[in-house]
Design a protein around this ligand. Structure first.
Ligand SMILES: Cc1cc2nc3c(=O)[nH]c(=O)nc-3n(C[C@H](O)[C@H](O)[C@H](O)COP(=O)(O)OP(=O)(O)OC[C@H]3O[C@@H](n4cnc5c(N)ncnc54)[C@H](O)[C@@H]3O)c2cc1C
Length: 414
């Protein structure tokens, strides 16, 4: 495999193909990045996703790509798609980390964490839908939607078989569970895996107009700002404004790629501690507009500049979310089945590392499987090496996410 960090050109068709057949369960950030990497290595890969089409789902609207995630994308994507992801991303936050009261009194101001400011060229914000569209570009029928994985077993000839909800079955040498925090693959492979509950949030997205931008406190538009009240509610927000308009970027770099248009927006998270509310049916069962109304109620006495973020949100795009953190697991012993991303090491968004770690897994697994394809390694040796390394750094990241940046001042009083 090409050195991580060095963009390279598309798959060389002259390269010898291999008989290895890999099924990736889950076409999220990690699964699609893996598929790009394997395809470039000439490895037969098919991605199965239960969703009917490429949708954002309820996973947040965007996130920060750090140096680790960027290196993985550079290693797995052909150069023109890597450049397209960079062009359609948003510049990283440039301001400070600032903590305010609900009345917008400044409690604390600190420089942003080093991972954001030390590498300003590397760190970018991405719109999740856009990144997924780029990651799925050129994969063609190697992605199958409406394919909900149910279970795997070993057939009479000793080959692994994945079974899907529609009754279909697919044989493989390797099944990769990249099916996110509720992973069905993990449910069968590591049934005792445990999780800690880190609370509930309401997620939203507020389209930015010049008039609204004038009303929102500047630190919420340019830095990493949070506001908290005495009842433990916390509002955080981050802006998405693409570096280059999508039509210009695709025309310049990849005219065949279609990207869904996305205007400037602020994505926000209202984190809650109200046990009564978050356990209630009206929280989990609410439609977007009803949930936005709940969020408006919760911040009704807050500063008008903060209320403006929630009052002007896209109501349909508001949804509830539970945050869970995986407990460490030992390596499993099922040959030919492995896990990647949130399926094994789901973590809190506290340090913004979940997607970046999923991308790192994808690049690492690509490199190990490239060794198999080139005859340098047996499949079992390659998977053992991947799992040992992935479990080490993956659960380090999980542990770090239990202590978000600036955790102490974020704690509610009393
Ligand atoms: C609000 C929010 C903010 C975040 N911010 C950041 C951030 O700033 N930085 C960061 O690094 N991370 C962030 N994260 C975490 C990040 O989103 C996840 O870690 C990342 O999406 C994990 O990628 P994945 O590929 O493992 O899983 P996912 O992206 O969740 O993809 C899983 C896929 O599997 C599919 N699937 C599920 N079950 C099945 C099945 N049975 N059969 C077939 N398909 C199935 C789903 O449809 C989905 O497409 C954030 C998360 C949230 C919720």
């Amino acid at each position: 495999m090409t050195d991580p960090g060095v963009p390279r050109d598309s798959h060389d068709p002259a390269r010898p193909a291999t008989n290895l057949r890999v099924l990736v369960i889950g076409g999220g950030i990690g699964g699609l990045c893996l598929a790009q990497g394997l395809r470039a290595e000439g490895i037969d890969v098919t991605v199965f996703d239960r969703a009917p089409s490429m949708t954002t789902g309820r996973q947040g609207y965007g996130f920060h790509i750090n140096e680790t995630g960027d290196a993985a994308l550079s290693a797995c994507l052909p150069t023109h798609l890597y450049e397209l992801y960079r062009a359609t991303a948003s510049p990283a936050a440039t301001g400070d980390f600032v903590l305010f009261t609900a009345g917008l009194r400044e409690i604390l101001r600190r420089p942003l964490p080093a991972q954001t400011v030390d590498r300003p060229r590397v760190g970018v914000g991405v719109n999740r839908q856009t990144l997924r569209e780029i990651l799925s570009a050129e994969l063609g029928d190697a992605i199958r939607y409406n394919s909900e994985f149910r279970r795997y077993d070993t057939g009479p000839a000793g080959r692994l078989r994945a079974h899907f909800a529609d009754g279909a079955g697919e044989d493989a040498d390797l099944i990769v569970g990249a099916d996110g925090a509720d992973s069905a693959v993990r449910g069968q492979l590591v049934p005792d895996a445990g999780f800690d509950d880190f609370g509930r949030s309401i997620y939203g997205r507020t389209p930015l107009t010049p008039a609204l931008t004038d009303r929102i406190p500047p630190d919420f538009l340019h830095g990493m700002a949070r506001a908290k009240d005495d009842r433990g509610r916390t509002l955080g927000a981050a802006r998405f404004t693409a570096i280059e308009p999508f039509p210009r970027a695709t025309a310049r770099l990849a005219p065949h790629v279609r990207l869904t248009a996305t205007g400037d927006y602020l994505r926000w998270t209202l984190s809650l501690r109200e046990e009564g509310l978050v356990g209630a049916r009206r929280f989990w069962g609410s439609t977007g507009p009803a949930l936005q109304a709940i969020a408006e109620d919760l911040v009704a006495t807050w500063h008008p500049g903060l209320r403006a973020i929630i009052d002007n949100a896209d109501a349909e795009a508001t949804y509830p979310f539970g945050i869970f953190c995986a407990r460490p697991v030992q390596r499993w012993s099922q040959p030919g089945v492995t896990l990647l991303g949130d399926a094994i090491h789901t973590m809190t968004p506290g340090r913004g590392e979940g997607a970046n770690t999923a991308l790192r897994d994808a690049a690492l697994l690509t490199a190990r499987l490239a060794d198999v394809a080139a005859g340098r390694s047996a499949l079992s040796t390659a998977i053992a090496a991947y799992e040992t390394e992935m479990l080490r750094y993956g659960f380090e990241a999980v542990e770090n996410s239990r202590r978000p940046y600036f955790a102490a001042p974020m704690k509610p009083r009393g």
